[in-house]
Design a protein around this ligand. Structure first.
Ligand SMILES: C[S@@+](CC[C@H](N)C(=O)[O-])C[C@H]1O[C@@H](n2cnc3c(N)ncnc32)[C@H](O)[C@@H]1O
Length: 282
């Protein structure tokens, strides 16, 4: 019989191997809650340690395990100052180009609010000062459930509309749907095709050896609120791999409690967690 401690260590090892996520100590309650959730999702009534033993050799099971253990908290225009920077500093530069084109990577896109916020920001710039900018937003995550949700683009919507900053009118970019039954009424919004068309969702594990993009491809990379889940060594490896994909002079946005660590000499900090690539990392 395996002790609770051993089981938790086992979960941490599997999670690290599959995703690079390093669970720190004091996560016992979280681990046991997530294992319960995994059981429920799989409708599994057998021995949990037997289940854990088979995860690594079973593709479907490892997908379910990953989806259960990722933390997907996000919201529209989270850390709004990054979107303000995008519309006031980054996008105006494209206005003078004959055929402007922008490539953006959002590397931990969760349920999609972040890439849709990027897409809305670009649409707003087109209304304000760029005629038409050819846009490609690649949005990736390791969790297949959130990727599915993101590509559907359907979200719960509060009456106040406080999910959005004042400079965004949600009605412009989302269709409203009301679901009613005898007892309640719920409002949903669904991203319009003009927004969806700008985004390609794909599964990418940030700890993979290589990312499927050319070097120097992206003008902007959003890598926010995901580095915190990795140990320092893995954070550095991810940052270096992402950095290679960023054009010289391109912009890297990272989360509020994250730092560019290994890249300090290769970036210039120009705002709150906003960094410009100034030197290649070799
Ligand atoms: C807290 S959410 C952040 C979402 C969004 N970037 C934001 O700032 O609101 C972290 C996301 O990272 C994803 N993630 C965790 N480990 C990953 C990995 N190894 N590769 C790719 N995505 C990963 C999770 O699935 C989750 O959706």
């Amino acid at each position: 019989m395996i002790s609770q401690n051993q089981r938790n260590e086992n979960v941490k090892k599997i999670l690290y191997k599959l995703t690079g996520i390093s669970l720190v100590d004091n996560k016992d309650i979280m681990i046991s809650n997530r294992l319960q959730k995994l059981r429920r999702n799989l409708n599994y009534h057998g021995d949990i340690d037997d289940l854990l033993a088979s995860i690594e050799n079973d593709k479907e099971l490892s997908t379910q395990f990953i989806n259960t253990f990722t933390t997907n908290k996000t919201n529209f225009f989270r850390e709004e100052f990054h979107f303000n920077d995008l519309i006031t500093r980054v996008l105006p530069k494209f206005a003078s180009f004959d055929a402007p084109r922008i490539n953006i990577y959002c590397c931990a896109s969760s349920t999609g609010e972040e890439p849709y916020s990027i897409a809305m920001t670009i649409k707003e710039a087109e209304i304000k000062y760029i005629n038409k900018i050819k846009t490609s937003i690649i949005a990736s995550d390791i969790d297949t459930n959130v990727l599915k949700q993101a590509s559907e683009g359907i979200y719960g919507f509060s009456k106040s509309g406080k999910e959005f900053p004042t400079w965004i009118s949600p009605a412009k970019y989302f269709k409203r749907r009301v679901q009613k039954d005898a007892y309640s009424e719920e409002v949903f919004i669904k991203a319009k095709d003009e927004l969806k068309r700008l985004i390609t969702f794909q599964k990418i594990n940030l700890t993979d050896e290589r990312y499927p993009f050319e070097d120097d491809f992206f003008d902007v990379i959003f890598c926010r609120n995901v580095l915190i889940y990795f140990n320092e060594d893995d954070q550095n490896k991810i940052l270096v791999k992402l950095f290679k994909k960023l054009k010289m002079g391109g912009t890297l946005y990272i989360g509020h409690s994250e730092s560019p660590r290994i890249l300090t000499k290769h970036v210039e900090r120009i705002g709150q967690n906003i960094f410009l690539k100034i030197k290649e990392y070799i």
